[in-house]
Design a protein around this ligand. Structure first.
Ligand SMILES: NC(=O)c1ccc[n+]([C@@H]2O[C@H](COP(=O)([O-])OP(=O)(O)OC[C@H]3O[C@@H](n4cnc5c(N)ncnc54)[C@H](OP(=O)(O)O)[C@@H]3O)[C@@H](O)[C@H]2O)c1
Length: 279
């Protein structure tokens, strides 16, 4: 018989992660590895369906599953909504302390100075609308963590795309009239942990990398840091011609004293190092 007061297992958090196959989900599983973690990929819990039978009730849920195809959501908004809104409501119905991830794309980008937690959202895209719907579905008792321009060692992201294109081509055309904060998932996962462990009030929190840049600046930094001799041709959003509208300026900052994340360039270096690229 073990006394709960002295048994470290009795006080360990039981952390359920959704979307564990995604880039953030994977980083969260690493950042919370000291806890009892149940990391569910889509085949473990498709959040369009009721939750699976769980061996324990979680003491913390990190909800990283999402429809993240921004352009695809324009054509299939209802399908994106089924994941990002209805799925989030289903996760919230577990009634455990919940971190739900949201996006800078809930803003229209017209403010021209950093977006704070108290700024009014006004999404331009179907994806942004579903993420805002997800914030409502998460409920007032969740930590709603908005972040931006995520990248990591796995999955579909800008860093991995640029590393591939930079090795194949002499030049790539990259959008230079959208500004944001490229955020390394390892840094976001660590900041999530800090937010929860400090017992921060529930509600909206902006957790994004320090610094800001355009996609073209970011591409140049990727090539410089990984010693790829590829030029960046700076183009406009209109020239690029993506299906979904995106905010021209979506830098996120916190007015609530959120945990501070390292600069995006530090995140880039950490990611490249983990990928085995020279920095
Ligand atoms: N990526 C960004 O730039 C960015 C920026 C700001 C905020 N966010 C938010 O941050 C969170 C994590 O994003 P991420 O970049 O890690 O995305 P990601 O790499 O695309 O991961 C999302 C994961 O969700 C899974 N998923 C999709 N539909 C699902 C469903 N019906 N049930 C269960 N799982 C499902 C995906 O599985 P499959 O691989 O099988 O499709 C994928 O593994 C999301 O809330 C996203 O909206 C992302």
């Amino acid at each position: 018989m073990v006394d709960d007061a002295t048994d470290p297992l009795a006080t360990r958090r039981r952390v359920l992660i959704t979307g564990a196959g995604g880039q953030l989900g994977r980083a969260l599983a690493q950042a919370f590895a000291d806890d009892d973690v149940l990391a569910l990929r889509r085949d473990g819990w498709d959040v369009r369906e009721p939750p699976p039978e769980l061996a324990w009730s979680p003491s913390l849920v990190l909800h990283a599953a999402a429809w993240t195809d921004v352009d695809g959501a324009e054509e299939k908004e209802r399908e994106a909504e089924r994941v990002n809104v209805d799925g989030t409501a289903r996760v919230a119905s577990l009634r455990a302390p919940l971190v739900a991830y949201s996006s800078d794309y809930v803003f229209d980008g017209r403010k021209g100075s950093p977006y704070l937690e108290s700024d009014d959202p006004a999404p331009l895209s179907a994806y942004g609308r579903t993420k805002l719907g997800g914030e409502v579905a998460a409920g007032g008792d969740a930590w709603i963590v908005r972040s931006s321009w995520l990248f990591g060692e796995t999955g579909h992201n800008f860093v991995r795309t640029m590393l591939r294109l930079g090795a194949e081509r002499d030049e790539v055309a990259v959008v230079d009239d959208q500004r944001g904060c490229p955020t390394y998932v390892g840094h976001l996962a660590a900041a999530t942990r800090e937010l929860v462990e400090r017992g921060a009030a529930r509600g909206v929190w902006h957790l994004a990398a320090s610094g800001e840049c355009t996609w073209a600046d970011f591409a140049e930094a990727i090539f410089a840091e990984s010693a790829l001799a590829c030029r960046v041709r700076r183009i406009t959003t209109a020239e690029f011609g993506a299906t979904a509208p995106r905010p021209a300026y979506s830098v996120l900052r916190s007015e609530k004293g959120a945990p501070e994340l390292p600069h995006w360039r530090e995140g880039l270096r950490a990611c490249l190092e983990a990928l085995g690229h020279p920095t």
